[in-house]
Design a protein around this ligand. Structure first.
Ligand code: ADP
Ligand code: PEP
Ligand code: K
Ligand code: MG
Length: 527
């Protein structure tokens, strides 16, 4: 893919745009997170999703109970086994999300200029005049004139089943609203979003804590997607909670930025979190439309410079019901890659969409094309400048490995790592070739039992652009002697050959420790 590297800044022959893309062993360097649900929970469909390039499965606890999600997860495990494709697990919290529950599931028609009351009395049925919500503090949070959005859960933005309301009057705990557009609410669950309003609910709800301590612990979740992160303190509290939950001290926290409050505290949140989800669905209704792109570019730049993975959501809404994205969506996916996104998160498209597998494969193909014209050279210089001097030894080794790999046109960078730190640092410099992260397990103890580290570290690289993990056999001792280095390298190269990423006579850049010294070496393969 890097041999025909084009740059957008240079004249591109129009005919070259039509040249078919070469098939590679992985669909794209950019990763795809798929939300699993009604339309994507059979072994067969999940296998299709994995083969199409999904490498992280999101379990969204805003709906569905633990048993339902467990069934889906068991199917995911079967699919992983049969396809031999790795997949990490992400638990997405409910957080302070406001919801309208429509128990009867009958559709609710709302007429422009009529009024509707939002009430915390959840015993009531939803109707055209009354919408019961899961929060009793709304009338204290909003004031007349404020706007409120109500839409189908994981509203796509392309559907006509959502409504804008304007607060007209507060009556006790009830909020009386004027309906701004005629709409029919369809589905059993609607999200309610009060524009730029502080909702006094904890970021990690009691229900979330319960889910994490049972479902999360049982399934050793790789990622916690922390919905509605608004402050760095939210991340610290979640981290503190996870640290007391068995193996989950190793779980990475992805802060979801979904409102202006989170946006305002972005820098502090980024410092605390392991990664960021740009929740464009909700943020897109909190922000004026003309500002969304600016947040995306600024946030991705900050994540890239911090070397922390960034995930963009809501890219191909219209594929929920259609086999092809709109032109605007297709272009938007490519721009997310050019802006520096590590991964794309699919919500409604895979959860309740008609074409989960096709959506993943379409998004993957667009990402792969965008990666080809990503200006690595410019990005590399920007990153080096940002880091400044003196660099840490490891940072200097990582950037040198990327530099060397590009200069010698290596087909892959192989990085030995235990904590995953070295591999992540290499990925930070966005090499044009894949990085095979060979995770060497370390024997560890918690005073009760001995176990090997490595599984979390390997799976957590499945969300980082360009990183492809391989967990080495724990029988290889973690001490980096020449003999063990050689034998692990052989396994890694065999793995690379089997998957088609390395071929005879290719050059390969290797990053490893020899004794105490970190080294970058270039080898040329024989046949
Ligand atoms: N088990 C290993 N064998 C050989 N080299 C290793 C091993 N683990 C890490 N390295 C190398 O050591 C350096 C430090 O990497 P890092 O990922 O920070 O190590 P660790 O995970 O052990 O903290 C890098 O050059 C990396 O490639
Ligand atoms: C992914 C998003 O959030 P949710 O958890 O509501 O799907 C979003 O708002 O873009
Ligand atoms: K959620
Ligand atoms: Mg959201």
């Amino acid at each position: 893919m890097h041999s025909n590297h084009l740059l957008l800044e240079e004249p591109i022959r129009m005919a070259s745009i039509l040249e078919p893309s070469k098939a590679t062993f992985f669909p794209a360097m950019t990763k795809i997170v798929g939300t699993l649900g009604p339309r994507s929970r059979s072994v067969e469909i999940i296998s299709g999703c994995l083969k199409a390039g999904m490498s992280v499965a999101r379990f969204d606890f805003s709906w569905g109970d633990a048993e339902y999600h467990q069934e889906t997860l068991e199917n995911l495990k079967k699919a992983v086994k049969s396809t031999k494709k790795l997949c990490a697990v992400m638990l997405d919290t409910v957080g302070p999300e406001l919801q309208v529950i429509n128990k009867s599931e009958k559709s609710i028609s709302l007429q422009a200029d009529a009024t509707v009351v939002l009430t915390p009395d959840q015993g009531q049925e939803s109707s055209s005049e009354l919408l019961p919500i899961n929060f009793d503090g709304l009338s204290k949070a909003v004031k007349p004139g404020d706007t409120i959005f109500v839409g189908q859960y994981l509203f796509t933005g392309s559907e006509t089943t959502s409504v804008w309301l304007e607060v007209s009057e507060l009556k006790g705990n009830d909020v009386v609203c004027v309906i701004k557009n005629t709409a029919t609410l369809a589905g059993s669950l609607f999200t309610l979003h009060a524009s730029q309003i502080r909702i006094e609910l904890p970021t990690l709800s009691d229900k979330d804590k319960e889910t994490i301590s049972s479902w999360g612990v049982q399934n050793k979740i790789d990622f916690l997607s922390l919905s509605y992160t608004r402050h760095a303190e939210d991340v610290r509290e979640a981290r503190d909670f996870l640290s007391k939950m068995g193996d989950l001290y190793q779980t990475q926290i992805f802060a979801k930025i979904e409102n202006v409050e989170g946006l305002t505290h972005f820098d502090e949140i980024l410092q605390e979190a392991d990664g960021i989800i740009l929740s464009r669905g909700n943020l897109g209704i909190d922000l004026p439309p003309e500002k969304v792109f600016l947040f995306q570019k600024a946030a991705l730049y900050k994540c890239n410079m911090a070397g922390k993975p960034a995930v963009c959501t809501r890219v191909v809404d219209s594929m929920t019901d259609n086999l092809r994205p709109t032109r605007a969506e297709a272009t938007d996916v490519a721009n997310a890659v050019l802006d520096g996104s590590d991964a794309i998160l699919l919500g409604a498209e895979t959860l309740r969409g008609l074409y989960p597998v096709e959506t993943i494969s379409t998004v993957g193909k667009i990402c792969a094309e965008a990666e080809k014209v990503f200006n690595q050279d410019l990005y590399f210089k920007k990153t080096v400048k940002y880091v400044g001097e003196p660099m840490t030894h490891l940072e200097s080794i990582a950037s040198s490995a990327v530099r060397a790999a590009i200069k010698v046109k290596a087909s892959v960078i192989i990085c030995f790592t235990s904590s995953g730190r070295a591999a992540r640092l290499i990925a930070k410099y966005r090499p044009t070739m894949p990085v095979l992260s060979v995770v060497i397990p370390r024997l560890k103890t918690n005073q009760l039992k001995w176990s090997f580290s490595g599984a979390f570290e390997a799976r957590q690289s499945l969300i980082v652009r360009g990183l492809f993990p391989m967990l080495a056999d724990p029988r290889h001792p973690a001490e980096s002697t020449n003999a063990t280095n050689e034998s692990v390298l052989k396994v890694a190269l065999d793995h690379g050959k089997a998957s088609g990423v390395v071929k005879p006579h290719d050059r390969v850049v290797i990053c490893q420790k020899v004794g105490d010294a970190s080294v970058v070496k270039i080898i040329e393969l024989e046949d």
